[in-house]
Design a binder for this molecule. Structure first.
Ligand code: SAM
Length: 403
C-alpha cells in the first residue's frame, strides 16, 4: 500500500483504510480495471488515466495490487493470483502453492477432515487457503494488521472457509486445536535472517510448538543440530529448487523418521530409513547429482543406494554407479572422460573436442565455474559438461553427458 500518513496518523491505519477502500464496490471496479490493463498499457499512462476518476492513493494501491497479482502467477495458481490481494512482504514470504498443498494434504490425511488447525503467523494466507481447501477447520493468526486484513480478503476472494484473527500467535490458547502450523517471519529490517533466534516469533517459541503436535516451516539451511529429538524434518524442493524445511512434531511426525526429502510436483519422498549409510567407491560409468532437498536432508547415501552406487568422496554430494538408473532423486550423467584439473590441458581438450557450449559444475573444490569457462575458451560447435570435483584427494574434471 502506498498511502502516506498525515501528522498524528499511524501508517498502518492509513494503509488499512486504503486497503478497505480498495475492497469497496468502487475500489473493486478500479482494481479490476488496473488488473486487466496491467502489462497491456504503460503503467504511467494507466495511472494518469485512472487518477482522473479516483483518489491518487487508491490508484497507487490498485496499481501495486495489479503488479503483485501479475508476479504472483508464478507462485500461485494463475486463476487464484488474479483474484488475490498482497502486500510486497506478504507475497515474498508466502508459501508456494505446490508446497502449501503438500503440507495441507499431509495434515488433513493425518488429522482427518474437519480437524481444527491454527495457522500461527498466517501472513497473506498462502498456507491458510490450502489448509482450508484440504478440508481442515482453520484459524489464521497474524500480528500485522494490514497483512491480517489481506489474508481475510484472500479467504473471501477465493471463497474458502477459514477464520482470520489479527493478534499475537504467542498468546493463542493452543488447547483448542488438534495441531498448529507456524511459518515464522524470517525477514528483519535488513532483509533475510538466517539465525533462528532472530525469527519472529523466535526459536524459543518454535521449540514450545515442537513439544506439541505442530508443523513449523523453517529455512532449508537450518543446522540439523537445532532439530529436537523425535521431530521429523522434511526438506522440500520444487522442480529441483529447495524451497523449505518443515518440522513435524507430536502426532504429525512419522514413526522413526528423522530426515526426509520430498520432491514436488511428483511427491517422491526419501527418508533416513532408506539410508544404508556411507559407501565410497571409484568412479563408474555414470555420475549422479542429487536433488538439493536430498543433499540438505543428508540423504545422499540413500540416493546412492537407489542407483546401486556410492559416493566419490565421503564429504562431497556426487554419486557414481556402473549403470544408468532413472530416479527422481538425482540427475544422471554418462561419464565420457576423466581429466586432471589442469587449465592448459583442459583448454587443449576443449579445442580438440570442438566444444563451444560448456556447462561447468563443481563440488568440493575451490574452482569458480565462470573463470574456468573463460580460461578454457570454448569456441567450437559442440556442447559439453565439466564436473569438477575431488577424487581420492585430487581435483579432477569429469566430462559428463546428461542422461
Ligand atoms: C513467513 S510469513 C507467513 C507466510 C504464510 N505462511 C503464507 O504462506 O502466506 C510470517 C508472518 O508472521 C507474522 N508474525 C510475526 N510475528 C508474529 C506473531 N508473534 N504473531 C502472529 N504473526 C506474527 C508476520 O507479520 C508475517 O506476516
Amino acid at each position: 500500500m502506498s498511502a502516506s500518513p498525515r501528522p498524528g496518523e499511524r501508517l498502518t491505519d492509513v494503509q488499512t483504510a486504503t486497503f478497505d477502500a480498495l475492497r469497496s464496490a468502487a475500489g473493486a471496479a478500479l482494481l479490476a480495471q488496473a488488473t486487466a490493463a496491467h502489462g497491456r498499457e504503460d503503467e504511467f499512462a494507466l495511472g494518469t488515466r485512472l487518477r482522473r476518476d479516483h483518489e491518487p492513493d487508491l490508484v497507487a494501491a490498485a496499481l501495486t495490487q495489479a503488479r503483485l497479482r501479475a508476479r504472483a502467477a508464478d507462485k500461485f495458481d494463475p486463476a487464484d493470483a488474479e483474484r488475490m490481494f498482497f502486500t510486497v512482504d506478504g507475497y515474498e514470504q508466502a508459501t508456494r502453492v505446490a508446497v502449501a498443498r503438500h503440507r495441507a494434504s499431509r495434515l488433513a490425511a493425518t488429522l482427518g477432515a474437519g480437524a481444527a488447525v491454527a495457522d500461527l503467523c498466517c501472513g497473506i494466507g498462502g498456507d491458510l487457503v490450502e489448509l482450508a481447501r484440504a478440508g481442515l477447520t482453520v484459524t489464521g493468526v497474524e500480528a500485522d494488521e494490514l497483512t491480517a486484513a489481506v489474508a481475510a480478503a484472500n479467504v473471501a476472494a477465493l471463497e474458502v472457509d477459514a477464520r482470520v484473527v489479527h493478534g499475537d500467535a504467542t498468546t493463542v490458547d493452543r488447547a483448542a486445536y488438534a495441531a498448529v502450523v507456524c511459518d515464522p517471519a524470517r525477514r528483519g529490517g535488513r532483509g533475510r535472517v538466517f539465525d533462528p533466534d532472530a525469527y519472529r516469533p523466535p526459536w524459543s517459541f518454535v521449540l514450545s510448538l515442537l513439544a506439541e503436535t505442530a508443523c513449523v516451516k523453517v529455512a532449508p539451511g537450518l543446522p540439523h543440530e537445532r532439530i529436537p529429538a523425535g521431530v521429523e524434518a522434511e526438506w522440500v524442493s520444487e522442480r529441483g529448487e529447495v524451497k523449505e524445511a518443515a518440522l513435524w512434531s507430536g502426532g504429525l511426525a512419522r514413526d522413526g523418521v528423522e530426515r526426509r526429502a520430498t520432491l514436488l510436483p511428483s511427491g517422491a519422498t526419501l527418508t533416513d530409513r532408506d539410508d544404508p549409510g556411507p559407501s565410497v567407491r571409484p568412479l563408474g560409468g555414470y555420475l549422479y547429482e542429487p536433488d538439493g532437498a536430498v543433499i540438505r536432508a543428508g540423504l545422499v547415501t540413500a540416493a546412492a543406494a537407489l542407483v546401486g552406487g556410492g559416493l566419490l568422496d565421503p564429504s562431497i554430494a556426487y554419486v557414481t554407479a556402473d549403470a544408468a538408473v532413472g530416479t527422481p532423486f538425482a540427475r544422471g550423467y554418462r561419464v565420457v572422460d576423466t581429466l586432471p584439473y589442469d587449465v592448459k590441458a583442459l583448454r587443449r581438450y576443449v579445442r580438440a573436442q570442438d566444444i563451444g557450449v560448456l556447462t561447468v559444475k563443481k563440488r568440493g573444490v575451490g574452482v569458480e565455474p565462470e573463470r574456468l569457462r573463460a580460461a578454457v575458451r570454448p569456441r567450437g560447435e559442440r556442447a559439453a559438461t565439466f564436473v569438477v570435483t575431488r577424487i581420492a584427494g585430487a581435483a579432477t574434471v569429469i566430462v559428463a553427458d546428461p542422461l
